[in-house]
Design a protein around this ligand. Sequence first.
Ligand SMILES: Nc1ncnc2c1ncn2[C@@H]1O[C@H](COP(=O)(O)OP(=O)(O)OP(=O)(O)O)[C@@H](O)[C@H]1O
Ligand SMILES: [Mg+2]
Length: 284
Amino acid sequence: MHNLTAPFDAPIDHAAPLAGAADARIFAIVNQKGGVGKTTTAVNLATALAAVEKRVLLIDFDPQGNASTGLGITRQNRRVTSYDVLLADVSVAEAAVPTPIPLLSLVPSSVDLSGAEIELVEVSGREFRLRKALEGVLGAYDYVLIDCPPSLGLLTLNALVAAHAVLVPLQCEFYALEGLSHLVRTVERIKRSLNPGLEIQGVVLTMFDKRNILSDLVAADVRGHFGDKVYDTVIPRNVRTSEAPSHGKPVLIYDFRSAGAQAYIHLASEVLRREKAHRDQVRA
Ligand SMILES: Nc1ncnc2c1ncn2[C@@H]1O[C@H](COP(=O)(O)OP(=O)(O)OP(=O)(O)O)[C@@H](O)[C@H]1O
Ligand SMILES: [Mg+2]
């Protein structure tokens, strides 16, 4: 178990070169269950990657707009959104706005996106809309993170078709594994048909409560099912983490020393280690 309150000394891979001319890696943050920590993970992982000088684009792909709010992007600054990118042929470059975090940009979302699931049904190549839209900007970023809505509908499908890797946040609660086999089967189906390179990079346990024995039981159960796909880092249930979005800040900025912030720093270093292992494997 990591020491979650350790200072910012996680072995982040500073030596890795920026992608430069190479294309961004695209991560979809997915779980069709609501409230499991997808947005919190997307916002804080994006911030931690930007903090180690990765150029990051976060796409708010949920009509709730929580990632946009969590990064302090006001409604007035959400005029061009992920809806326009999907359905109005607006480029990602046009939709992306800077955030208060250096090197982190955001494509905000709006409630219009809730209609997109239905509107997309009529559109040709409907599963490929996001992938196509991202093609033009891949050279500009090292990482693109997509914060998905709590469903496996056409929005999440677009994210899974565009992504290289999937990151699954799992809340440490009784029904954590429910629906997971459906998600895994969906990823496998997309891998066989629309996106052969897709893989689940990892499962991250969130809202772990060390005072609750159930958290330990769930964590053991999830590790039993997913083995080393589960990141070593566990995100603890942490009040500062839940307060941060109402201040329009990632917890990494709101309270850097909090257990939540430190855990997300560790998670970022693990994600980068797995990325390096993946690059080495591809080269070999
Ligand atoms: N580690 C944590 N400690 C305490 N609260 C947390 C933690 N992670 C997330 N939360 C809180 O739990 C709630 C759900 O988190 P979050 O919005 O990240 O989940 P989500 O999976 O994106 O939800 P949705 O499915 O609605 O998009 C939020 O109020 C968030 O602030
Ligand atoms: Mg969310």
